[in-house]
Design a binder for this molecule. Sequence first.
Ligand code: ADP
Length: 466
Amino acid sequence: MTNKLIVGSEEWCSLPGLGLPAIKARVDSGAATSSLHAFNIVPFQTDGELWISFEVHPLQNDRSVVVRHEAPVLEQRSVRNTSGISENRYVIREELVLGEQRWPIELTLTNRDAMGYRMLLGREAMVGRVLVDPEGSHQLGDVEPAQLVAMYAALRTERTGLRIALLASDPELYSNRRLLEAGEERGHRMEFLNVKQCYMRLDPQNPEMHYRGGNVLERIDAVIPRIRPSVTFYGCAITRQFESMGIRVLNAAEPIKRSRDKLLASQLFVCHGLSMPVTGFASSPLDTKDLIKMVGGAPLILKLLEGGQGRGVVLAETQKAAESVINAMKSLNANLLVQEFIKEAGGKDLRCFVIGNKVVSAIERTAAVGDFRSNIHQGGSAQAVRIRPEERKLAVAATRALGLDVAGVDIIRSERGPLLLEVNSSPGLEGIETATGKDLAGQMIQEVERKLGWVRSCSTPALVAA
Ligand code: ADP
């Protein structure tokens, strides 16, 4: 006879030290470490010791219960997540109560918003104490929804804010996590919508948006689209459907589409009289020599129209190299922009973060040694920078030319003044928030509030006419 606990594949447990009377854990003896869903994880030092503060949403699909906690850090550990990517996580020690027994376990903290359970119980925490019966679940007792409501009643915050949907692909991405947190922090109800899981009913009388499983999405006040380049077509269609349902969006579908087409965007910049490097584009390979001459000859920059994050950008140092790359690309039917090389920029550019009609933050990005592309994804580094009035003006005018509400505008400094490189309609938050310490996610949420004319009154926030 064993006196070990027999558990199923999912069990209710509690973590009294964290003030969590009930949390459902996925029992997974295939994972070594246990993990707990946590966000807003902030390290700090106290008496020379490393601590963290963090918040937990203990209930699945319910962000209205928030538990805040502080704990000393046991260690930092590299853990491979379900996508196989290594993450550096904080480890804390907490007492686990499972059935009638309690013992201390180690927990790594990570955002498990995308997972089916808020907690994962791994084998290190179970060794010597637990046997797993993979067929069973809730072997140690179930918790009824009404009991959960009663247990967490005191921790539930009343939502009086807006209902804001984040339309994106990966809730784990830094920018998406930050937007969800920033909205929650300001008292809004945030919902993550996976672009690919939305589908729509086109009907002039009653347009609808449905979500995986047949749920009709209703009472959404605003949508923030953060559409990956690979799903531009469908993501923009979904955004347009929300617009046709009268829902405010922070970046409408058409401006997003314009920003994704480098040639169209460049033509719009020219129409608005905005300075940019001299650029050429041709469909036929017959006039490659003149195309090169037209932009001032080699060295010159070649850009794939479908590129991004610096991936499709090449520096052709000689006339010969330029000709062969252009002709090779043409033979593959790839669309290529040919652009004058701004040598004096010295591998630096500016990323200006524009919200509404203002540059709210800016960084200067510097390319890695031996590269000319300053994209952070290409090994570039970033630091906060104070930009000049003409750069500020250019960034705002470019955002307006495309009709965007929020944009990351890339500008290069040349001998003849600032020149526009490109406008990104889903600018990443990580590099710029880290370099400047600014809460840009919070400012984006404020812009949603402003667009909706939402004001926070002392106790009862209300919608007023926009
Ligand atoms: P992507 O959309 O792939 O980021 P960009 O047009 O922004 O493409 O170019 C990537 C990087 O290459 C820029 O951040 C800049 O550092 C460098 N770069 C781009 N165009 C030029 C140019 N005309 N002259 C000099 N450097 C350039």
